[in-house]
Design a protein around this ligand. Structure first.
Ligand SMILES: Cc1ncc(C[n+]2csc(CCOP(=O)(O)OP(=O)(O)O)c2C)c(N)n1
Ligand SMILES: [Mg+2]
Length: 351
């Protein structure tokens, strides 16, 4: 039998917008100035929302919350590349994805305030519920992609997860299945360098997460996750490939979690201030602002207006979230047992 010769491979990487706001014009995706402002305003809205959610948690007005600070370009850039017909499987840190896809921000606060109804999307917006168990939604996404292919729908399925998620068996099963059946799936890994207190180096011996795609026979690319143009372009290309029947893509967004893991964490116990400071200069909003300034798309006045718009949207979301009628406490048990147990009846008698 002839010896099988292994293919040599390289890991693709895409960078368009650098930290100083200079873009590689040859690589720029085709977007209008209006789109660029929309990208910026959406990232600003997501950041404003995030900051408010953290404050609301500190005031005891919502429960545990996972911040997206630093990951806005990865989330907004990828979500704005999607069509409304696509299917989205988020993890627990995709608040920016929800906002960019048009899910009302008040509902996101409602959910993190403990009311599951906040995840009910309007008809035609296909976002599956938040997945708290790490990576268990990856095989679900592959299954949904199988359904899309079987039905011949003009759609793709996108799953979001973190660097930590790639250590789970579910990640392997989902990508292997999607690769084997050439499913219309896009797997977006936000490598934010940490899985709670576990650094990326302890997650895998591989140099990149993108290269894992090679083993599944699928397309893989690492992008600068703080560069919204690169994230947008890579996601567009992956969706196009998926819809043309060319199979799945794994996109590694190389980014950083600027905040604690969640409000239940204190990251200063396991990482240095120097490391966090280094990433401050790579801020995704700052570099887009610098780019826009060079293109005469940004002025102080524009910034003030955009901030005011974001603030008022978040004010409204906060008010609305707190005025929603409380869910029935019985709902906690209604879908668990056919009949309330005696203890549950006892505990619920004062409601
Ligand atoms: C199956 C499972 N194991 C452990 C946990 C606890 N847990 C929650 S988030 C997390 C780390 C996830 O890290 P990563 O996948 O990198 O996502 P990130 O939080 O950085 O966005 C862990 C271990 C969980 N939710 N589910
Ligand atoms: Mg992580």
């Amino acid at each position: 039998m002839p010896e099988k010769i292994l293919d040599s491979f390289t890991v693709k990487r895409l960078d368009i917008l650098d930290e100083k706001g200079n873009a590689d014009e040859a690589l720029m995706p085709s977007i209008s100035n209006e789109d660029i402002r929309r990208f910026y305003e959406m990232m600003l809205l997501a950041r404003t929302f995030d900051q408010r959610a953290l404050n609301l948690q500190r005031e005891g007005r919502i429960g545990t919350y996972a911040s997206i600070f630093g990951q806005e370009a990865s989330q907004i850039g990828s979500a704005l590349a999607l069509e409304r017909t696509d299917w989205v499987f988020p993890s627990f840190r995709e608040n920016g994805v929800y906002i960019a896809l048009g899910h009302p921000p008040y509902k996101i606060l409602q959910y993190w305030g403990g009311d599951e109804r906040g995840l009910v999307t309007e008809k035609g917006l296909n976002i599956f519920p938040v997945c708290i168990p790490v990576a268990t939604h990856v095989p679900h996404a592959a299954g949904a992609a199988m359904a899309v292919k079987y039905r011949g729908d003009e759609a793709a399925v996108v799953a979001y997860f973190g660097d930590g998620g790639t250590s789970e068996g579910d990640f392997h099963e989902g990508l292997n299945f999607a690769g084997t059946f050439r499913l219309p799936a896009v797997f977006i890994c936000q490598n934010n360098q940490w899985a709670i207190s576990v650094p990326r180096e302890r997650q895998t011996a591989a140099g990149t997460i993108a290269q894992k795609a090679i083993a599944y026979g699928i397309e893989g690319i690492q992008v600068d996750g703080n560069d919204i143009f690169a994230v947008y372009k890579a996601t567009r290309q992956a969706l196009e490939r998926a819809k043309k029947g060319k199979g799945p893509t794994l996109i590694e967004c190389f980014t950083y979690r600027m905040s604690d893991h969640t409000t239940a964490d204190d990251a200063s116990r396991y990482r240095t201030k120097e490391e966090v400071d280094l990433w401050k200069s790579r801020d995704p909003l700052l570099r887009l602002k610098l780019f826009m300034e060079k293109k005469d798309l940004w002025t102080e006045e524009y910034q003030k207006e955009a901030e005011a718009k974001a603030r008022s949207a978040v004010d409204e979301a906060e008010k609305k979230a707190e005025s929603v009628e409380r869910p029935d406490p019985r709902d906690m048990f209604n879908y668990t047992y056919g009949k309330l147990t005696q203890r549950q009846q006892q505990e619920l008698k004062d409601f």
